[in-house]
Design a protein. Structure first.
Length: 132
């Protein structure tokens, strides 16, 4: 073996040892990060459970809105068919509150939509990253 080959091999070994040391440090750091992530899974599950409850609550609000809207529309239709429309004057007064409720429900829905799309986009990124 020539001295040049010996020196070259020694340089390779020093460089490889450096790589090995970096790999071990990377692995240690990644294992710690992964352990913290695993510990946070319960918090993520809790946040998803809360999101489910929020969607259920919003669904109930939408159904209640639909019923109120249908009742109002039914009274208007009765009046237009020539019936007394006894409740129509009270509903006409309440129409402004109905409009305000509609605006609030629309704003809540749009906020919930943006939040849901964000959650699902990040979820899909995480799911795809873990599948790789």
């Amino acid at each position: 073996m020539t001295s040049m080959a010996h020196e070259e091999m020694h340089r390779d070994h020093v460089a490889w040892r450096s790589d090995d040391s970096q790999w071990r440090e990377d692995l240690r750091a990644w294992q710690e990060e992964l352990q913290r992530a695993r510990e946070q899974i319960a918090a993520v599950q809790g946040a998803l459970d809360e999101h489910v409850k929020t969607l259920e609550t919003h669904g109930g609000a939408v159904r209640a809105y639909e019923q109120e809207f249908a009742a109002h529309e039914h009274e208007v239709a009765e009046y237009e068919r020539g019936e007394t429309g006894e409740k129509l004057p009270a509903l006409a007064v309440a129409h402004q509150k109905e409009a305000e409720a509609h605006i609030r429900l629309r704003a809540v829905h749009e906020q919930l939509k943006r939040h849901h799309h964000t959650v699902m986009a990040y979820w899909n990124l995480l799911r795809k990253a873990l599948a790789e």
